[in-house]
Design a protein around this ligand. Sequence first.
Ligand code: HEC
Ligand code: HEC
Length: 266
Amino acid sequence: MSDETAALSPRDKWFRASVAITAGIAIVAAAVGFIWLPPFQAGARFQGVWNAICQAAGLAQPAPTAAEVVTAGYKTTGVVFTPGMFQGAGAESVGRGATLALRCTMCHGARGMSQANSPNLAGQYAAVVYKELRDYKSGARTSAIMQPLVVGLSDQDMRDLAAYYDYLPRPPAYHPASAGPPPEIVVSGATMRNIPPCAACHGGLDNKTGSPWLDGQPAPYIKAQLEAFKNGTRRNDISEQMRNVARNMTPDEIDAAARYYSSQPP
Ligand code: HEC
Ligand code: HEC
């Protein structure tokens, strides 16, 4: 027998020792990974060692019961967007909305363009107007001014108002070359701070359902909303989409975005 095969024989004490050490390491690693560590995992609940082993190995677990679902300690929006939610809102709906909107002109302007630093509603997407009204009504979005104005509105009233404002011509995206290039935060976001470009949701690059039209909005309004998302006083955005953006914005970026979006033709 050559020296080489002798070294791989179970009779060789070095061979036996190295197999035993390798097996020992595997057993200790499995015990640490599957049994000792899983119970320390934050948020996970294990029913016994076997369950911990199954979870650590990534096997599907039964869905949590209703009692285990974590809910926010505050009111969240109840609005769910569905495709074609506002398709086919007819002239009748727009007409009813126009009549109902007479109560709103004082702040939002005769044709939806505010002279009072309230948000412009002219041309705002129907889905946005409807969602915001529902959120004021349910208390998911708080405003001492808007809340008393929506308590009496029915679901159909809110749909009609949404159809009316959607129908009005929206302020154009007015960004003349003389104003300089658009701010970095708007076109590229800030990757290292997890901020996608504003234009990816608010128009320019893409428009995501439920993201409001921002162009032409008064700068004080834009700034106030970004600060409210940042400090968590506005929290009606689905899945924290805007809070996650605003939370990481610097005051300079908030100013730059407000200045950029508030630009209007002379
Ligand atoms: C007394 C002034 C006032 C009146 C009247 C008023 N609003 Fe408002 N509205 C505001 C202000 C101020 C805000 C911004 C509040 C905030 O910070 O959440 C607002 C916000 C809104 C928003 C959210 C817009 C957005 O882009 O997020 C909608 C939609 C809206 N109002 C619709 C209406 C409708 C419809 C009426 C009439 C039934 C109305 N408002 C009457 C002052 C007013
Ligand atoms: C992932 C998509 C997304 C990105 C990226 C995003 N937003 Fe938004 N934003 C939203 C949505 C959705 C809302 C509406 C939240 C709600 O449901 O009330 C919103 C609301 C807002 C509002 C309030 C407008 C109003 O009329 O109520 C402002 C201001 C705003 N965003 C500014 C920005 C700025 C500035 C950026 C870039 C730094 C940005 N957003 C990036 C999705 C986004």
